[in-house]
Design a binder for this molecule. Structure first.
Ligand SMILES: CC(=O)N[C@H](C=O)[C@@H](O)[C@H](O)[C@H](O)COP(=O)(O)O
Length: 245
């Protein structure tokens, strides 16, 4: 096993990404500070890049002393997580140690294969993490050379419907019992007991993103726990009369 992966065994990997172009935190320096805070809290590694791509990976790689799993989300449909070998090279140039790559069997925007993208990571001396949605994806990704498999895309691909909004622990359990490479649990681990359950299910490490690094999401959790505001308090500006102004 790659020595870098040894550092992740049993650990919490924190995903530091924004998900919307208009997120107020969409800024490489803000992301680097968020990553620093996660490391101070005990993160074994940082997963980062997302729609910020190489700029965020560069800022975070310079700011933290734990392994950096870099990715670049380019596009919104189909294969968009580090979708081609060109994206792999740019994330590698930005300083990532591990490259997260869409590891599904769907067609890629440049018509090339997952094996090509993994070979690009290996050419740079880096670890290739395949983000999969199903057992079939995972087996194909290992055959294509993936060093580690993550359950990131379970619930986000047409052949992996999301059942209840929670994490896919069944897939973690299945892959951990079958694959010859480490399996990382990722996707909708929103509570500490979810993360513990992932390790108990055989995950090598667990990634938590939204529940730690999205203040907007966290705010919504608290707001939604409060009783609904009375209708009178919900009058919108558009509903006000001139006399109100
Ligand atoms: C499906 C997809 O594009 N997942 C992305 C992959 O990097 C991120 O948007 C997620 O935040 C990340 O996987 C962590 O998951 P969660 O935020 O649920 O803890």
């Amino acid at each position: 096993m790659h020595p870098l992966l040894e550092r992740l065994r049993g650990g919490l990997i924190v995903s530091v990404q924004v998900h919307r172009p208009d997120d107020p935190l969409r800024n490489p320096d803000a992301m680097a500070r968020m990553a620093g805070a996660a490391v101070a809290g005990g993160a074994a590694a940082i997963r980062c890049g997302g729609i910020g791509g190489p700029d965020d990976v560069r800022a975070i790689s310079a700011a933290v002393d734990v392994p950096v799993i870099g990715l670049w989300k380019d596009g919104r449909e189909g294969v968009y997580i580090t979708p081609t070998a060109r994206h792999v090279h740019e994330v590698a140039d930005a300083g990532a140690h591990i490259i997260a790559i869409d590891g599904t069997r769907r067609p890629r925007p440049d018509g090339r294969s997952l094996a090509d993208s993994i070979a690009a990571a290996h050419d740079r001396g880096l670890v290739a993490m395949a983000d999969v949605g199903t057992r079939g994806d995972a087996l194909a990704a290992v055959a294509a050379g993936a060093d580690v498999v993550a359950t990131t895309l379970s619930g986000y691909t047409p052949d992996s419907p999301r059942s209840d909004g929670g994490p896919d622990l069944d897939l973690v359990r299945l892959l951990a019992s079958e694959l010859p490479v480490p399996v990382v649990a990722e996707g909708r681990y929103h509570r500490p007991d979810h993360a513990a359950a992932a390790i108990a299910a055989g995950a090598y490490a667990v990634v938590v993103g939204t529940a730690i690094t999205s203040p907007g999401w966290l705010t919504g959790q608290f707001r939604n726990a409060l009783p609904a505001l009375p209708a009178a308090a919900l009058v919108r500006d558009a509903d006000r009369t001139e006399a109100d102004a």
